[in-house]
Design a protein around this ligand. Sequence first.
Ligand SMILES: *Cc1c(COP(=O)(O)O)cnc(C)c1O
Length: 399
Amino acid sequence: MNKKEYIEKAENNLLHVYNRFPVIFDYGKGVHLYDELDQEYLDFASGIGVMAFGYGNEDYEDALITQLKRITHTSNLYYHIPMIEAAEKLSKASGMDKVFFTNSGAEAIEGALKTAKKYAYTRRGAGDYEIIAMENSFHGRTVGSLSVTGTDHYREPFYPLMSGVKFATFNDFGSVLANLSDNTCAIIMETVQGEGGLYPADKEFLQKVRQLCDDEGILLILDEIQCGMGRTGSMYAFQQYGIKPDILTTAKALGNGVPVGAFCVTDKVAEQSLVPGDHGTTYGGNPLCATAVSQVFDMFQEYKLTEHVQEIAAYLEDVLDVFVNKYDFVTERRGMGLMQGLVLTIPVKDVVSKALLEEHLVVLSAGKDVLRLLPPLVITEQDVDVFKEKLERVFDSFL
Ligand SMILES: *Cc1c(COP(=O)(O)O)cnc(C)c1O
């Protein structure tokens, strides 16, 4: 079959919830993707922040193949060694105490919301508990995670969603205070807003929210599904803010390509929230996925990857800052580490499409007007140089 026939078959059989680009990716090697005709693409999207180590990493593949042949699934009714090891490594990397593995980011959010509600229920008894979320946030597509996602057009068709969610303005502490009530049980936010357009939390804002949570006995949930796992130059972005959440959600790069997420809590929360019978999952953290998580943490150490991200991010930022100066339609650079955005006044969808189809450069958009870059964390200066040439040609075509 040729490409056209494959795409026709796809549209005949798949629910149309994506306007996909007319590209069929067949395999990957390092930071490159290859289509069905073996044409090479430079990947600055990493499958939306998932493929931290790029494609075809042998250490990773060997670990998974070995586990695949041993056992892929047992259920959470029993112990298995990959999960035991993965949980210990995740706790160590995050500074959190207890871990629950999920199959996706949205499910990690669901678990975080249930934990916060149960914590309030345990301490204060039944109550109509409220959650303060942020405008412009993104936490996922399930009903619970959609309830705390601050983008109206994602939400509206699905009302009524979970009740008791109030939206504050991100980085505006007064707005958080204005939404606080006696029934508030948690505040949820991304440490760096991803889908919403690459907005890092201000240090002072996050520290004040942390203090407020302590003073009021409510929980701070940080969603680091996109900005965690080394993306910003530390294992988790909050580690650069001098604070710690009560509940942390992580996913995307956690398994480097196998579907796995987690929510992590402190002992204080664990002791007064979910108990046997309150929560569960059939697949979550199964031996195959847990092996991936465990291997990913080992490789972070081995490759000294957070240090590498700090260095290469500085190099990428310089390139992006040149674009801000050079092109009138590039008005701003935003982001942290290898989670970078360029704010454009030209249609960002056209830029993404042209980069992909004409330059074979894979990039993303965020919000309405942000070109979003989430390259594999293992990119080199040479990859950034090639990226620069490609994006320059795309931008020049809009002059
Ligand atoms: C991607 C993402 C999610 C949802 O994760 P899924 O695995 O797609 O369910 C939640 N929060 C943030 C910040 C994300 O970037």
